[in-house]
Design a protein. Sequence first.
Length: 452
Amino acid sequence: MPTIPESARAAIADIWDGASIMVGGVHLCGIPENLIAALHESGVRDLTLISNNAGTEDFGIGPLIASGQVRKLIASFLGGNGEVQRRFLRGELDVELLPQGTFVERVRAGGAGIGGFFAPIAAETPSVGAGKEIRVIDGRACVFEEALSADFALVKGYRGDTVGNLTYRRTTRNFNPAMAMAGRTTIAEVEDLVPAGEINPEGVITPGIFVQRLFQGASYEKRIEIRAVRRDDAAGSLDARGRIARRIAAELQAGEYVSLGMGISSRAVSHIPVELDITVHSGTGVLGVGEYPEEAEVDPDLINGGRETIGVAPGAAFFDSVDAFGMVRGGHLDTAVLGALEVDETGSLASWTVPGKLVNGVGGAMDLALNAKRVIVAVEHTTRDGKPRIVRRCTLPLTAARAAQTIVTELAVIDVTSNGLVLREIAADTTVDDVRSRTEAELNVDCIRGTF
């Protein structure tokens, strides 16, 4: 049976300098706010934090890192916290970056008593797969990943009872159930603590056997990183990124299960015709992402992988990140739409770092690029200073090799074929010569003039 401390500070009182700690949540959604604040106030140091992301500079686990309490961070995504990126680039913080699916599977393995596994990911990305055993399984290069566990797991539930059973709300489930299993001491904070028997047994997601301490949180700010709301994307008002998003939607096929990545890709949800019956997946734990919400419908417990608030479509389902990436790695997604810093004529893409300048983290893009049945890259045709993003060979560290089948920009639709890049369609306000002048890679032309 779990103990019920009187406060967050009492719950973490025995965490020692040098401890390893898992922290639940995805971005700022479903994070144990009270426990993180208490840990910060305690001054405990030399910590190894295991968290999908790094929070922001002033919220989530960000203040723990800014105050020098963290020695090492094991994470998937650093975007949204410029201070963590700067510390990492200056060599002031030890960071181990993992693909998001690998991250959660390592945590799940740790909680299930499995020593490790081979994952079909990162074999061609030395900075992520360096020093690990690689084995070819069913013709695919797979990297051996060891299980992850921790001295403590700090998790956030929506409702908990006095025997430790937990439920979660919407996308707050994310990494919390897996981390609850993988902590040698799991401390849960909940919004509502009820007597045993008040939670329907069929609704329990984390059984009490995994929870050693729990308490009702004093208050919750529930910050929103990107407050995305429904907007009028009429044709005449679209910027370059909006034009790409609209053209992406036209590439999708009726009945598909689709993942829309961060940034440009996620905006495509606003342009998908309802009659196509397309189901949009998010790694935050949603199958059935809908149109962006109206302002009055914004919910901090409901976000996508791009840190945006979202809506849900009729028939949507919520689940944890283990299942979210099981859908990805299991090959259940028909199409993944991903952003990129570079994409080349072989369909290889680079999207997660510019060495010495930018380290967003790998996130879920590696899992998606290598496991979706079709990959579309959504990218502005050139950088802000006019350099081509479609190149002969990627010069940045790869997200995935030979993964993309189609590239969509504000100027063109380009197919990746065994004979090179084929220009299939150009925008109404451009020319073939203009597209070629902004593209480093050679283009074969077999195109029509489009209307996007």
